[in-house]
Design a binder for this molecule. Structure first.
Ligand code: FES
Ligand SMILES: [Fe+2]
Length: 309
């Protein structure tokens, strides 16, 4: 049985803890579904927030127990947190550290026109002789919460932007899940049915001038699953996707590591879809992916090959 925040706090008060509470309300230009997705997303914590190390998470769809190592002021502080979903779509987080207990109840609702309002109620408790620690803990919790919110905002805005363009996500049907968030090889992005002739026709995405040596980049086509990010490195031109189909990150600024793009949200690696060695090749096509590079003199044409060709 999962206790709501009020029951949990009452139980701790019965043990002699005294609580200080405060609330944060955030309005966002994204639907509540993407706030819940973000709240359930265990996998983004290290990549997006950076200063945490998460150890040994125990996860189900609606319960997550994690051990973190925080690094405030260069110190290493371990703590255990349990998050769970209670009926009514509230999420409760409980963290204890030494004599302190932190209980957070988070709720989010759609407001209007794709916007949402998230409320988080924080309660910090300590036994009487440790109450002097509470103001410092409250300051750290507020500061941490605000920093995490700033880090997470671009992810939710990006999902909202994709939704405006007709994309949906598997979580819309399946619900947000702590456990599923670790499956970064899953394609959760569902592109819109485009219903245009582009699927059958071969279309030219762009022409690259490869006359000058050195590293260069081009972003071709639309910035979604149909576009290509081309990178010339030495004598090789590689074509990469522009959209991470896991949860929707843009790969336009993703770093390249050992020939693969590394998605900034959860670290999924995207090898090149197609690769052309200018020293030996005239043309290269992506296996199973409809991209073709064709060299003619000092230019390389990048095409999306239609299913009808
Ligand atoms: S969005 Fe999750 S790895 Fe790219
Ligand atoms: Fe986050």
């Amino acid at each position: 049985m999962k206790q709501g925040a009020a029951e949990l706090i009452a139980g701790l008060e019965a043990q002699g803890l005294r609580f200080t509470s405060f609330e944060r309300i955030e309005d966002g230009a994204y639907p509540a579904a993407d706030v819940r997705w973000n709240q359930s997303d265990v996998a983004h914590v290290e990549s997006v927030h950076g200063s945490f190390e998460t150890l040994a998470p125990i996860l189900s769809d609606d319960v997550a127990v994690e051990v973190f190592v925080l690094r405030p002021f260069g110190l290493r502080v371990p703590l255990t947190t349990a998050h769970y979903v209670v009926p009514g779509e509230a999420r409760v987080s409980v963290t204890t550290m030494g004599p302190l207990a932190l209980v957070i109840e988070a709720r989010v609702e759609d407001v209007s026109g794709g916007t949402s309002r998230a409320r988080a109620r924080f309660a910090i408790g300590a036994p009487r002789c440790w109450r002097w620690l509470t103001p410092l803990a409250a300051w750290l919790v507020r500061r941490n919460h605000d920093r995490l919110a700033v880090d997470d905002e671009p992810l939710k805005l990006r999902r909202a932007e994709l939704r405006r363009r007709g994309f949906t996500f598997r979580q819309d049907v399946e619900g947000a899940s702590y456990a599923a968030s670790l499956q970064i090889g899953r394609d959760n992005v569902v592109p819109p049915a485009r219903g245009d002739a582009g699927d059958d026709a071969t279309s030219r995405l762009g022409t690259l001038d490869v006359g000058e040596s050195g590293r260069r980049e081009w972003r071709l086509g639309s910035d979604d699953e149909r576009g290509v990010r081309a990178i010339r490195d030495g004598n090789t031109i590689r074509g990469y996707p522009r959209l991470c189909l896991h949860d929707g990150a843009s790969l336009d600024d993703a770093t390249v590591c050992d020939g693969a793009l590394v998605c900034p949200w959860h670290g999924r690696r995207w090898p090149a879809l197609v690769s052309l060695d200018l020293a030996v090749g005239e043309t290269a096509s992506a296996e199973g992916r409809a991209i073709r590079l064709t060299r003619a003199g000092s230019t390389v044409t990048v095409e999306r090959i239609g299913t009808g060709s």
